[in-house]
Design a protein around this ligand. Structure first.
Ligand code: ZN
Length: 244
């Protein structure tokens, strides 16, 4: 107990002064993969998690198998998803997925993040942009029901982000594209510029502001997307930036 108390004291000494309401350290913004909790995009493959052997049932070991779509839960779309000959997920450079990011709050009433909505916010100096929308406010990445009316990025906003040289775009529901969009223009614009899209973030633990981000998709050879772990750390000015 004594060494634990010492560690706590040392830990508090080495941290920046606590700001009320701002969590310190890395924050998990990954949706939990669980068929009882995780939404699946309408028409996509169901998630199946089975135990082949289970020590809780008397087996000598526990061994399980998963079957799930590549775009399950928090995941990254690689260019290959909508670009002919685009890079697969195992070739997306980590430089895009690790670095500084700005979380932008989109009000619950806004379903379309178009250029006009985007320009209401301070986004232009951000290297990576993550949208915190009604999906986060309503806890939709932690609910098995699929909602069609998630907030999406309209093509004109995607164009602004791409033209500004943004390195990564993130959204807090399973797709960045309008449900039922006549053409996948938002995906084509971003992925066509080599900008990966992280979808299905659960941004409930964070507020708007500047963060360090790390998004690490599974390294699946030759596929167009993969589930990822995503974490954020509030930028206080006292941390060195993360670089891959
Ligand atoms: Zn996707």
């Amino acid at each position: 107990m004594r060494s634990f108390a010492m560690a706590v004291v040392l830990g508090s000494l080495s941290c920046a002064p606590r700001q009320a309401g701002v969590p310190q350290g890395w924050i998990d913004v990954t949706a939990t993969l669980d068929p009882a909790r995780t939404p699946v995009y309408e028409g996509d493959a169901p998630m199946k998690f089975d135990f082949l052997k289970d020590m809780r049932k008397g087996d000598m070991l526990t061994l399980s198998v998963y079957s799930l779509g590549a775009h399950s839960g928090t995941h990254v779309d690689a260019p290959m998803h909508f670009v002919a000959n685009g890079a697969p997920i195992d070739q997306v450079t980590l430089n895009l997925l690790i670095g500084t990011a700005r979380v932008i709050d989109i009000p619950d009433s806004v379903g379309t993040i178009d250029a006009a909505e985007l320009n209401k916010h301070d986004w232009k100096s951000a290297q990576r942009v993550l949208f915190r929308t009604r999906s986060t406010l309503r806890g939709w990445m932690d609910s098995p029901k699929f909602h069609r009316d998630f907030a999406y990025i309209a093509p004109d906003a995607a164009q602004l982000l791409a033209d500004a040289g943004v390195l990564l775009v993130g959204v807090d529901y399973i797709s960045a594209e309008q449900f039922g969009a006549p053409a996948p223009r938002t995906h084509q614009i971003l992925l066509g510029r080599g900008i990966p899209i992280v979808e299905g973030l659960d941004l409930r633990p964070v507020q708007a502001g500047d963060y360090d981000v790390i998004v690490l998709p599974l390294k699946v050879a030759g596929h167009e997307g993969a589930p990822a772990r995503a974490i954020l750390r509030k930028r206080t000015g006292n941390h060195r930036s993360v670089t891959p």
